[in-house]
Design a protein. Structure first.
Length: 726
């Protein structure tokens, strides 16, 4: 959900819509953050960056600032600072006040400090006036220097920082887990010692009082063991839940920011990545740490075994060596099988999502048999690869269990000889048998964890390839605001070729578009019209050449800022489950009822909305399945115009509409487009009166460009044949 930015509010004309509460013109915390950055010589486009943050539509929270700071390489810390210590500060801080307000306090040293408030600006202020409103917390904003970045980069080479950094952030929680594990493993020794003392001291002498004391002690030990295990599990679950939210949010945000040409994965393959990431999160956050924390206690158990029965201690040592040798032997096999399993899982997920999205088409054309065959093949490959991988893991686990059993057998075997020699008691033998199993268990657990680590390596590399692709946000700190844009555009030798195609979709395009100009793009199917519209809308970037918006090159403008000035209607729009209102206001929830009503009127929605019975609250179904083609297109038009952008780019805007609705939209747009730059892809003559200039594309190249009537005369287009010629 996008936030209302300062520029958007500035564009909003004063209105008094009915039943709409007036909105605060500025977000206090965001504006204070902007001002603090300006004091440090930084002027990033915060409005565009804020659009990519998850939002509830409410005012900024300090946690939002921390997410925003990550995008511009700035450190934001929230500190508890008593009111009496504020005057001792030496750097500007943002003070958090009641009612979601904030101010910037600029210490003056020996002179009185100053206060900056978004609504009043900078002025000399008295801190005492804020005593009652101050919440006791302040936000410290610190830019990270270039030297620090270079140093950190040296340390981070080869590391998957997006994955390890969040895990490392919870080091305090893992420290608590280590403490809990320490006590848990110490309590493990209690049971063998209890058993040994009962058999060796209590039973021969029937020392009931000793038995009672030992029983109370062991009971208390296991009560504490239960408490520490519960605490450890709670901490692990808490960390895992937070990491899950963090990883899922970051991955989805990254996929949204990725340029379309950077990733060729299908929807199903992307969905499978989330599933694999969930498994990785569970493994690294809940299984990995306890397994390796428990491992050092193997040495402790072996020492205790040696102290009780030196002649038997070699047996568990040999068992540990055998298990480690076994696991190292199956690692290469597991690595190969894991790659096969991941690839087949990706393929199965892709086929599944594709079929679920096309069920109606499958039924319509009787393609169920063919598609089921493809689904069967995909599931069979996935099942077979999973079976092969699981077979190796099961074999390794079964052999490890066999080794553990043999260790227990031979501990008893050699223990009897030790008893015969007088070196060991019966109670000692029982204790050593228990401890031998405890000593091997962590090694077996770590061996299984190492196997899982090898498996996760390929999945991590796959996901890391997504995070390694440069995205616009990586350089956001160095890009300032350029808009709002008037609509003047210039294309300089622009070319673009889709991945996997040998010919460029558009090639060598040079165009000048003046602010407020009305242009039609025509040409045969596949001529490159929609690709050119994509390029002008900033949805894809030219591979060669440059597009200038009001004189600014496309790679110096954040896409979020550019799209606030552009209303785009594609040939086929995507609709989310929800109401008509939800799909129109998508990304513009802060706008008023007046804005909504105007967009609905311009798009022609008002002509049929009363027929639904529920008006704009009508549920449209998944993908807009409950709407006709014309209704879908009308919603797409309303969505594009609701922000009142200065640039409108329409690709076949009236596809699926009847003549009456098309004529109504034509009339509405004649007035609405008066001061806007308008670019329209069309094959239909009915909308041509809206444009003044025509551009003809042929095989991706500019074939004709001039006044509408002149180009039509050169083409010899008549109303009845224009659809074939253009």
């Amino acid at each position: 959900m996008a936030r209302m930015t300062t520029k958007d509010r500035a564009k909003d004309k004063p209105r008094t819509p009915p039943q709409v509460e007036a909105k605060t013109p500025l977000d206090p915390l965001l504006e204070c953050f902007r001002y603090t950055l300006s004091l440090q010589g930084m002027t990033p486009d915060l409005d565009s960056l804020a659009d990519s943050l998850p939002s509830t539509g409410q005012a900024f929270e300090p946690s939002d600032l921390q997410r925003l700071a990550e995008k511009i390489n700035v450190s934001v810390r929230i500190k508890k600072i008593p009111f009496g210590l504020l005057q001792e500060l030496v750097t500007p801080v943002i003070l958090l006040l009641q009612d979601r307000k904030a101010v910037v306090y600029l210490p003056g040293g020996e002179e009185p400090g100053k206060l900056y408030a978004p609504d009043t600006g900078l002025a000399a202020g008295n801190l005492e006036n804020l005593r009652n409103a101050y919440l006791g917390h302040a936000v410290l904003v610190t830019p990270r220097g270039k030297d620090q970045e270079k140093t950190e980069h040296m340390w981070k080479q080869g590391a998957i920082d997006w994955f390890w950094a969040p895990i490392n952030a919870y080091w305090q929680g893992y420290a608590e887990i280590i403490v809990c594990s320490l006590f848990i493993n110490l309590f493990i020794i209690a049971m063998p010692l209890f058993t040994m003392n009962v058999y060796d001291r209590v039973v021969p002498n029937f020392a009931i009082e000793t038995l009672q004391v030992l029983t109370i002690g062991i009971t208390l030990a296991f009560i504490f063991d239960f408490l520490f295990r519960t605490i450890r599990a709670h901490i692990l679950e808490k960390i895992a839940a937070k990491l899950s939210v963090k990883f899922d949010r970051d991955l989805m945000a990254r996929l949204i920011d990725l340029p379309p040409e950077a990733m060729s994965l299908s929807i199903g393959e992307k969905a499978n990545i989330f599933k694999e990431l969930q498994g990785l999160r569970d493994f690294y956050s809940t299984r990995l740490v306890p397994a390796f924390v428990d491992l050092p206690f193997t040495l402790l158990f072996l020492i205790v075994i040696y102290l009780i029965a030196p002649s038997v201690s070699f047996v568990p040592v040999l068992g540990i060596i055998m298990i480690l040798g076994l696991q190292s032997g199956v690692q290469s096999l597991l690595t190969r099988r894991t790659k096969e399993m991941f690839t087949s899982s990706q393929s199965k997920s892709a086929v599944m999502v594709e079929m679920l999205g096309g069920l109606q088409t499958i039924r319509m054309f009787g393609a169920g048999g063919a598609r089921l065959r493809r689904w069967h093949d995909a599931t069979e490959r996935s099942a077979n690869s999973t079976k092969r991988n699981q077979s190796v893991m099961n074999a390794a686990a079964n052999i490890s269990n066999l080794v553990m059993t043999l260790v227990n057998i031979f501990v008893v075997f050699f223990g009897v000889y030790a008893i015969q020699a007088g070196d060991l008691s019966v109670g000692g033998l029982i204790a050593v048998t228990i401890l031998a199993g405890r000593a091997i268990a962590p090694v077996t657990g770590v061996a299984a964890v190492v196997s899982r680590l090898r498996q996760s390596r390929d999945v991590l590399k796959m996901i890391d390839s997504i995070f390694s692709v440069p995205v616009e946000g990586d350089r956001a700190a160095n890009i300032g605001a350029k808009g709002p844009f008037t609509g003047r555009m210039e294309l300089q030798n622009v070319s673009y070729k889709y991945k996997g195609q040998s010919l460029a979709a558009v090639q060598g395009i040079n165009l000048n578009i003046s602010a407020g100009e009305k242009i039609g793009l025509i040409g045969q199917t596949g001529a490159g019209k929609s690709t050119l519209a994509f390029l002008l809308a900033g949805l894809i970037h030219p591979q060669t050449g440059t597009i200038l918006y009001d004189g600014f090159a496309h790679d110096t403008i954040l896409s979020a800022e550019l799209r606030r000035s552009i209303g785009y209607v594609p040939q086929k729009s995507f609709f989310f489950s929800g109401t008509i209102r939800d799909n129109i206001l998508m990304g513009a929830e802060e706008l008023t009822e007046h804005d909504f009503a105007q967009a609905a009127e311009l798009s022609g929605l008002n002509m049929y909305i009363h027929q639904t019975g529920q008006g704009f609250d009508t549920e449209i179904g998944e993908g807009g399945i409950r709407l006709s083609g014309g209704q879908q297109q009308a919603i797409a038009l309303a969505r594009a115009m609701i922000r009142d952008p200065s640039i409108l780019i329409f690709d076949e805007p009236t596809t699926g509409m009847d003549n009456l609705l098309e004529q109504q939209i034509h009339q509405n747009l004649k007035t609405y487009l008066r001061n806007k730059t308008f670019i329209m892809v069309t094959h239909r003559t009915t909308l041509l009166p809206l444009v003044e200039r025509l551009i003809l594309l042929t095989k991706g190249r500019l074939a004709a460009d001039g006044p509408r009537d002149e180009v039509l005369r050169r083409l010899g287009a008549q109303p009845g044949q224009f659809g074939e010629r253009a």
